[in-house]
Ligand binder design. Structure first.
Ligand code: PLP
Length: 424
């Protein structure tokens, strides 16, 4: 690589894409530009840095980068002459992907609407809930995150929406995991309750025992719908194909994104129960998306589902999760003055620390020690830790060594905590 090329890219990005991001990253000494990538690994553009991708874009790289079978599915589809298709027409690839999605979900869920991004798919879920119930109220978790589009944004944290107000009315927040607050908020005007099955941006707080049974009962009692956002928790991340399977309930609507793309072609899906089709049947053209469920993306997603739903794959995720837990316990034993709680279900992991400066400090330290991981923006005391689901023992050894070193560095540099908190 020609010396200075990386700096040229940083300057171009600052001048034409985002000056604010470049200023922020420069201030915290984080200068990664992703270059080569394969499997669970990414390399800096200048080739000097190798990182284990434990950010995974929140699950986009569940199967690692450029998974050979997914890449082949994409190339084969192109060779066959498949392109985006026409979203208004009946489509072979959209139909076949829907068949597979429905086959992999509880029997009540029979319908699929496609999107390009997660926010769009959540918007659609909320539109469907309002359209079907004829009600307006939407209850969501305080500090949760469903995307930056219109209705999804209205169901998110205040910090992201204030500059854009007034947003859609009728959105009411409750603390996640608090059935009493939900019970007080829900009424006969409530179209839906929407939660990330476990809220990632809130730092992966685990739902209390029987929480979801209680939520399901409250929704049924009031005739409100339950929407679960499985954009980060779905597709095997938690050791089951869908996270809600852990809680013995079936949502009325759920949303899948990120990993469905295989990291190669953007595609999302909103899945819902048969009876909700009554509304869409009356209004089949009321919601369209030109690129939503692009045929070429359907081929990619089909392969992602085939791999992710294989029992031996899910078994692998559970085995690795178990072994990783032992490593994390060891880290906690050594650094219990920093790391206070391991929030883990499968490979969906939040490392909860003593102070809100530690999330960012550990993100920087991990980066400097060869692991890419980010803090939870709505609870900065948590480092989100999402390794690709395909990692094996070699990567576990790497994680143990590098994470220990990252914690050790953080322990020796506590003086940065206040500075970091001032900057964020
Ligand atoms: C739980 C959850 N829901 C929705 C979204 C929005 O998805 P997208 O960025 O594809 O619009 C995200 C993105 O991070 C997410 O993590």
């Amino acid at each position: 690589m020609v010396e200075g090329y990386k700096n040229k890219i940083i300057k171009l990005y600052r001048d034409h894409v985002s000056s604010g991001k470049v200023e922020f990253y420069t201030a915290i000494g984080f200068d990664l530009i992703i270059g080569r990538r394969h499997g669970p690994w990414i390399y800096d553009l200048d080739g000097r840095k190798k990182l284990l991708n434990c950010h995974c874009n929140g699950g986009v790289y569940n199967l690692g980068h450029l998974h050979p079978e997914i890449k082949k599915a994409l190339l084969d589809a192109l060779e066959e002459g498949i392109d985006i298709g026409n979203h208004h027409l009946i489509s072979e690839n959209r139909a076949l992907l829907a068949e597979k999605l429905v086959e992999l979900t509880p029997k009540e869920i029979t319908r699929v609407t496609y999107g390009v991004g997660g926010g769009e798919a959540v918007d659609y879920a909320i539109k469907l809930a309002r359209g079907y119930t004829g009600r307006y109220k939407i209850i969501y978790a305080k500090g949760g995150y469903h995307g930056h589009t219109g209705l999804a944004l209205a169901a998110g944290d205040d910090q992201y929406k204030r500059p854009f107000e007034p947003l859609a009315p009728g959105f009411i927040s409750v603390p996640f995991g608090d059935l009493d607050s939900l019970s007080n908020a829900i009424d006969n005007d409530t179209a839906a309750v929407i939660f990330e099955t476990i809220p990632a941006t809130l730092g992966m707080p685990m739902p209390p025992k029987n929480f979801y049974k209680g939520v399901r009962d409250l929704c049924d009692d009031k005739g409100s719908l339950l929407i679960l956002d499985e954009i980060q928790t779905g597709l095997g991340r938690t050791g089951k194909l869908w996270c809600f399977e852990h809680y013995g309930i079936v949502p009325d609507i759920f949303v899948v994104g990120k990993g469905l793309s295989g990291g190669l072609y953007p595609i999302t899906a909103t899945l819902y129960k048969e009876e909700l089709d009554q509304f869409m049947r009356r209004h089949p053209f009321i919601h369209v998306s030109t690129f939503g469920g692009a045929e070429i993306g359907c081929r990619v997603a089909l392969k992602v589902l085939e791999i992710s739903s294989d029992p031996s794959f899910l078994n692998h995720v559970n085995q690795i999760s178990y072994r990783l837990r032992r490593i994390l316990d060891e880290v906690m034993t050594n650094y219990n003055d920093i790391l206070t709680e391991i929030r883990q279900i499968g490979l969906f992991i939040g490392l909860k620390m003593m102070d809100e400066g530690y999330g960012p400090l550990l993100a920087i330290s991990s980066y400097n020690h060869g692991i890419l991981a980010v803090y939870a923006n709505n609870d900065r005391s948590v480092l989100q830790f999402l390794p690709p689901l395909i990692i094996g023992d070699e990567e576990l050894i790497y994680i143990r060594e590098r994470l220990m070193a990252a914690y050790n560095w953080a322990k020796e540099h506590k003086e940065y905590l206040e500075l970091i908190k001032m900057m964020l």
